[in-house]
Ligand binder design. Structure first.
Ligand code: ATP
Ligand code: MG
Length: 567
């Protein structure tokens, strides 16, 4: 489907980012019949991370906005590092983010035949040659930006000899690294990428899709533009480091194609996020070295990790949208991502009661064997969410750090002779407490005033502190996993002579067993999300079973709740 100017005018008028401006201009000029066709081109050599999510949202988002299409293309030109597991995870992640690619996924490896034919054409046209030198020598001859390179002694081979050698490279006659195919462009360009760049190399490796059919593999710079061309891509978006590769992208298309249709490469700044690393190579190191528990470890910045941690697709899309696209590299504060996540979770999660570090609270004047149903609102942000009943009785659990033996004046929680409200229930006053053998508080004894019941009681004193609680007899045990930042440094990969691993946070995972949860939390499904009141947002982990529930802390809650909500 193509766009008309009327349609363009109907598109929401916020200020355009620079890519949108380019696209709109291209549409106005009827470039490529005013089509918009983008692609997301991951190399299947690892799991996707939040940086890729930015690129996914950008590419698929532009296609949606301009009624175009977006392809998913696996850039699988390096068989040594690529695996089917990664292909599958990438498709799952893109879908989870809420996007659907046009038709079936594409693979650069589908074009190996065509790319080979095109390479033969370059040779025939005298624009490519086989070089018998090692990669090391070729690098040495490349020169520097201010000093021209040295021409290869094999540069003036005849077309026939080049065709013969290239054919034999393809047939597997030569060892890895013994020959390459290079473009014949010259050795004096100020752009080093334009000095007779390598187009093909010999690699005797098993490819995840083509098996052992190919003994030579195209370089990224040669494969990418032609893949774009074969798929009818109009706007090929990539990160800034490819800016210097753009002349080569255009050069290849100029030599090989004849139609007026042309894909255009546009570069934008990659997403960098504070307190994390964001390269698949470094993430792979964390996985292989067992510094984390796999690619989907909830501390990982991978999409699989964020999903398991409890991030919502909506929060990630909104994050990508709000950071926008820029032409200059910068670092985004991970706090912004967490802020947007909290906004979303606040809207959608039911409030539940769970006590992470329980301590027994006994209401001495509450009748033995009596229970009451306390009605609680599930989600005050959502009228449709309804209410539920939780059990109240003489014995409850509260959070250990909601009690102090000798509290300061401004401490609005519980202490000897202090009063607090138990969320949704009564005001209680602490009369005494008991210590265990090690000197820790083991039980708190309180009295309650039956007239102070929330909502219905006749006496509603102004009490500053409200505590969450769980009824002791009906409470269930759960494991809770509390996550902190994986790295202690704001920019762990940004130190010249230090490995990011040096900045790993030893306390990034704290496992707490025997937390007390209200029984409603027992039969949840993996990925279900909640607000544990006053503690944070949590989700049911993959390891969870009905017998042994496990919850991940997604993100903490700013504890202004106790003051803001007095009922
Ligand atoms: P990494 O350096 O993490 O391994 P990559 O660029 O090698 O990433 P690809 O699989 O080649 O990974 O990337 C697929 C697409 O995602 C490319 O278009 C790339 O530009 C984009 N991309 C990768 N990292 C980021 C990032 N941090 N921010 C935005 N886009 C990114
Ligand atoms: Mg890459």
């Amino acid at each position: 489907m193509s766009n008309t100017s009327e349609e363009l005018n109907n598109i929401e008028k916020r200020s355009l980012n620079f890519i949108e401006s380019i696209i709109e201009e291209d549409i106005q000029n009827n470039k490529n019949e005013a089509r918009v066709h983008t692609r997301f081109p991951p190399e299947p050599n690892g799991y996707l991370h939040i940086g890729h999510a930015k690129s996914i949202c950008l590419n698929f988002g532009l296609a949606e906005k301009y009624k175009g299409k977006c392809n998913l293309r696996f850039d699988d030109t390096n068989p040594e590092k690529e695996e089917t597991e990664y292909v599958d995870s990438i498709m799952e992640d893109v879908k989870w983010l809420g996007f659907q690619w046009d038709k079936e996924p594409y693979y650069a490896s589908d074009y190996f035949g065509k790319l080979y034919d095109w390479a033969v054409k370059l040779i025939r046209d005298g624009k490519a040659y086989v070089d018998d030198q090692s990669q090391e020598i070729i690098s040495q001859q490349r020169g520097t930006p201010t000093r021209p390179g040295v021409e290869s002694p094999f540069r003036s081979r005849s077309v026939e000899e080049n065709l013969d050698l290239f054919e034999r490279m393809k047939a597997g006659e030569f060892e890895n690294g013994t020959r390459v195919l290079r473009a014949k462009m010259g050795m004096t360009s100020p752009n080093m990428h334009m000095r007779d760049p390598v187009l093909y190399r010999i690699l005797n490796a098993e490819h995840h899709r083509t098996g052992d059919k190919w003994k030579i593999y195209p370089m990224y710079d040669y494969a990418h533009g032609q893949s774009d061309y074969l798929e009818g891509i109009t706007h090929s978006l990539c990160t800034l480091e490819f800016e210097v590769h753009r002349p080569l992208y255009d050069w290849c298309l100029d030599q090989l194609t004849e139609t007026s249709y042309r894909p255009r490469q546009i570069e934008f700044a990659r997403l960098n996020l504070s307190y994390t690393v964001m390269s698949k190579r470094k993430l792979l190191e964390l996985v292989k070295g067992n510094y984390v528990n796999g690619w989907d470890d909830p501390r990982m910045p991978t999409i699989a990790g964020l999903r398991r941690r409890g991030f919502t697709p909506a929060s990630i899309r909104s994050f990508a949208d709000r950071i926008g696209v820029a032409k200059r590299d910068n670092v985004i504060d991970v706090g912004l991502l967490e802020f947007i996540l909290r906004e979303d979770l606040n809207r959608i999660t039911p409030r539940m009661m769970a006590v992470i570090d329980p301590i027994k609270l006994v209401i001495t004047n509450y009748p033995e064997n009596q229970t009451e149903a306390i009605e609680l609102v599930n989600n005050p942000e959502d009228d449709q969410s309804g209410t539920r009943n939780v059990l109240f009785s003489k014995e409850l659990y509260i959070e250990r750090d909601d009690f102090m033996v000798d509290p300061p004046k401004k401490y609005f929680r519980l202490g000897p002779d202090r009063e607090v409200r138990l969320k949704g229930a009564y005001v209680v006053k602490c009369d005494r407490y008991e210590l265990d053998a090690t000197g820790n508080v083991s039980t708190i004894y309180c009295t309650y005033d039956p007239e102070t019941r929330s909502g219905t009681g006749t006496y509603q004193p102004k009490i500053k502190g409200t505590l969450h609680w769980v009824e002791a007899k009906s409470a269930k045990d759960a494991e809770v996993r509390l996550y902190d930042r994986l790295f202690m440094d704001e920019d762990p990969a940004g130190h010249k002579d230090k490995d990011p691993l040096e900045f790993l946070n030893p306390d990034s995972l704290k496992v707490v067993k025997n937390c007390k949860i209200e029984p409603a939390l027992l039969n949840t499904s993996i990925g279900d999300k909640f607000q544990f009141q006053r503690i944070g947002y949590f989700c049911t982990d993959n390891d969870s079973t009905p017998e042994q529930p496990v919850f991940n802390r997604i993100v903490s809650l700013k504890d202004n709740w106790a003051k803001a909500n007095q009922s």
